[in-house]
Design a protein around this ligand. Sequence first.
Ligand code: ARG
Length: 459
Amino acid sequence: SSNAMWGGRFAEGPDAIMEAINASIGFDRRMARQDIEGSRAHAAMLAATGIVTASDAEAIREGLITVLSEIEAGTFQYSTALEDIHMNVEARLTEIIGAPAGRLHTARSRNDQVALDFRMWVRDQADAAIDALPRLMAALVAQAEAGADWVMPGFTHLQTAQPVTWGHHMLAYVEMFGRDLGRMKDARARMNECPLGTAALAGTSFPIDREMTAAALGFDRPAANSLDAVSDRDFALEFLSAASICAMHLSRLAEELVIWSSAQFRFVRLSDRWSTGSSIMPQKRNPDAAELLRAKIGRILGAQVALLTVMKGLPLTYSKDMQEDKEQVFDAADSLMLALAAMTGMVSDMTAQKDNLEAAASSGFSTATDLADWLVRVLDLPFREAHHVTGALVKMAEDAGIDLPELSLEQMHAVEPRITADVFEVLGVRNSVASRTSYGGTAPDNVRAQAARWKEILA
Ligand code: ARG
């Protein structure tokens, strides 16, 4: 049979494959709540402006409440023939209230409708991320406070570089997630313009009140250009972009947790709740959540590339290509929220292995820079020369199979006779971190001050 919505012009119904490729109801049902909320605001506006009668608007309002309750109860019968969530809801509304349902679509098109629904859906996800990120940051700040003065190796090239503190390392991620939070908030602020009432693409001749619907739906203002409003998917792309950067940060931390929980590092112990065993190797405690988290970035970044690719060749305004905007974003948002929750759980529960951290920090000539700085400060050597002298001392220690603090003063004198015994003070890792008092440096007092600053921001 021909279509109930546009049957007037059609003699025959679609091919089964046409129906399959055309339908989005399999996934866009996730926007049912937003669709109904948008329709309720639209109907209320149509009544307020006298475009439909108050009694028709009331019938529509009540009918939509019934439809939503059916959807929430799981009794709603979705139909592929009805293509998408918009037509599924409207068809059911027609079954429930009859003729007045036909007036709901006045001064509206599925083009502004889907732009609205999807925008509200993405806005909800941005809100969820804005809610979740501070919880992860608070878990990291708690780790930082507990271990503000625990010494660990800082790495470059994954080679021991200089001693740092556990707290400083935790707060590095707080800075990153803080920027992610800022990006999500920025994206949320920019997306908060309402496309409803831009209709198919050109606006409408009905005397609608777009300020009213925009306000009712929590938008800052109505979108100013109808062509842009129906064809813009920047809001989703910006969400994905903020999500991708955040997922990249999650993935870097996850990578560190994988490395740190290994038997070779033993920097952290993940709790039982966040570890899995092996069916064959009884000793195993695998960091599966961290590994999966590390992999989720692929989906999120992939979604961003996919949607950019969908959009980049489309002439204004709507093209059906844009129906392919949703599934990727749904999946990316699910992945991000799951990853944020898993990371928050892992970080809250993990135990830093303080002694192992300090032992690791004390090997690998991690205080060589402190020694070079001492030569500059006390003996007034130019830094380049101090670097050279220190290099010779490191080689001497390495050849002897010992670390820098274990060299005797006599051994050092073979390289630089002016070195005095107080050099040993800077060769210890605790003194090393305590000396890094420059703003942003790893000294425990700095870490405590920064942790306190973040606690205040997050409170
Ligand atoms: N299901 C469609 C989508 O997701 C809704 C918009 C349909 N608009 C149209 N002109 N066919 O994009």
